[in-house]
Design a protein around this ligand. Sequence first.
Ligand code: C2E
Ligand code: MG
Ligand code: MG
Length: 703
Amino acid sequence: MFHSIRNKFIIITTLLIILSSNLVFFLAINEHEDLYRQSVEENLDAMSSNISDNLLRVMSQEIDLFSITTELLGLDRYEHIKFVNVFDANWQLIQSYVHPNYLKLDHFTPELTGIKPQGLPHTVNATNQGLVVVKTIGEEQFPMGYLLIVQDYQKPLDESKASLFYSAAPFVILIIALTIIISYWIYQHLLSPLLKLSKFTQKVEKTTNYQLQYKISSNDEVSQLGKDINNLLQTINSQIKTNQKKTAQLLDQKHSMEHLANYDILTGLPNRMYFMNLLKKELIRSKSNNQDMAIMFFDVDSFKGVNDTLGHETGDLLLKAVATTIKRNLRQNDVIARLGGDEFLIMLPNLNDQSKAIHIAQQIVNSMQEPLTINQWDVPTGVSIGIASAKEAAFNIDTFIGNADIAMYASKEKGKGSYTVFNNKMLESNKRKSQIANLISQAITQNEFEIVYQLKMSASGEATGLEALIRWQNQELGFISPGEFIPIAEQVGKIKAITQWVIKRVFKDLSILKKSIRSDVLVSLNLSSHDLKDNNFINAVKSKLVKYNVDISNIQFEITESSYLDNFENSNEFFNQIKEMGGSIALDDFGTGYSSLSYLTKIDIDTIKIDRMFVNQFDSSEKDTAVLKAILDLSKRLGLKICSEGIETASQANYLIAHGSDEMQGYYFAKPVDISKLPGAIKHAKALFKELSVNHQISDKVN
Ligand code: C2E
Ligand code: MG
Ligand code: MG
């Protein structure tokens, strides 16, 4: 109640009105009392003079008590006269009069009042008995007697005051009530805009709607305050809008930062970091529920080839298409992430056993069998998947991923477009891999490597070329084939040292080779894709050519089709330089790499080495024969020299020679042998060549 200014005003005003009206009332009564006293005293004085005059007349001859009494009885009509005493000149009481009103009072006698008239001055005196007046009857010097009149004063005064009070009180109350009502109305009227403003601000506070505006209806101070509040609200509102904009921008930035931090920009899939966090959590959950889960590690077969031949844009689209295709085979809670490059990881939670993971892997492999159409190109691709189980990895994240990685490499070794479930035996081979990797450096310094040479026979039966093939006999591990250690050396970055060793060794052997075979013998060296990536490689070759006085026309570099396609640009650069210098290039294992043949029109090579897979299988079905024939025809049309690898039988040799193969290489003619055994191998090969039916046909025709 006292919190409201209006109520405070009203209460204070009411109290003030009551106080002031009471004060006025009190002053009025006091004034009334003074006036009353004055008039009573005057009247009493006048009345006592009259009576004393009258008594003088009565007492001037002889004291006549009867006349005195008659005179005094005339006072009956003055109801407030208490009593009257008449004394003679010697203050002896002659007669007393008591008003009938006071006679009624018990024991009232004038003597009992205790008033001693002799000593009193002859004016009206106020005593506790009332107003007392003493008058001399007759002259002061010759008094006939004395008159004492006592008049009641307090009672009539009280009665008069009461009557005044009762007549004035209703008016006073009315005035107070009216004043309160009027002040209430005034305050109400004055304060209502303020209250309206207060209600308005409360509404703003409750709704937090800062767009609200107070309706200004006049020009007073409250309206001014309303205007100020409106301005304040506008400022707050525009500040809020700015803040909202900034907050929205910050949220956007936060979202995009989070997205950038957690997702791969190209595919929109979770990135490595995000995936690893999810995987950690999922492993903890699976472990506590004692439930198995799986991950699949895979990369995209031939991705590098697509990137190099068809461009990065197509490569990017391929990755996106692969991600989309694979996602279709996953369950709702499975998560696929791109780790970088063409490497992906899939998390398969909630598995009872690995059969579901195998089923999904099979579906993925199947779905990737059809070429993906990208930018109007039909790009044949596939994925090599490694599957690992969390239980088998004892729920250890590093072991888990490591196992999937090992399984993926096993898939790659199996052939493209396959999946492999990790098992502990793979760890053994992995152990061997790291052993081999560690032994390579030592093999170079301790001269453990050897070079063997395999003959290449021309279609006319001449030993025209040799392929240098590396061999490694290790004390600990025994014979290690290049098919095993070359990929490991590539993985651990030791292949360049091996290549340099081979080049040096072959360049050193060249003079012997020229002598034992022919001066224009063409010796092939196998290069790795890693050599082609090395910008210094060409210089190293050049310096060795000079150092060992080698004529480059005796040297041919063999690069596998997949190595070439992995390093399309570097390879072309290298080919050009070698060709300019007078050397030659052969494309090794042709037909096993990328199957789009469009690059053949752009590549500057001399020889195509048809992979032994085609040579071996050529007569197993009509289709295989047709494929081999097509490769031979194509190479001829492109003006390339053809070398057929892996010829193991006379019929293979016959067919290939008959269909235009320029060079033949294979166990049928000669296995790779030590340099010292080459002359014998040549002899043997030539003899075998002569027995071929093609030769008989030729000689028959000649005959
Ligand atoms: P490649 O360059 O295609 O060499 C041909 C491979 O086929 C050789 O295996 C050879 O021994 C084998 N071969 C030849 N004729 C026949 C045949 O009639 N039947 C069968 N089954 N095999 C035949 P090798 O020597 O084990 O080499 C395997 C691969 O290792 C080579 O394939 C080549 O890619 C790589 N390699 C060998 N030496 C080197 C080298 O010095 N440097 C590099 N970078 N790679 C090398
Ligand atoms: Mg080769
Ligand atoms: Mg080959």
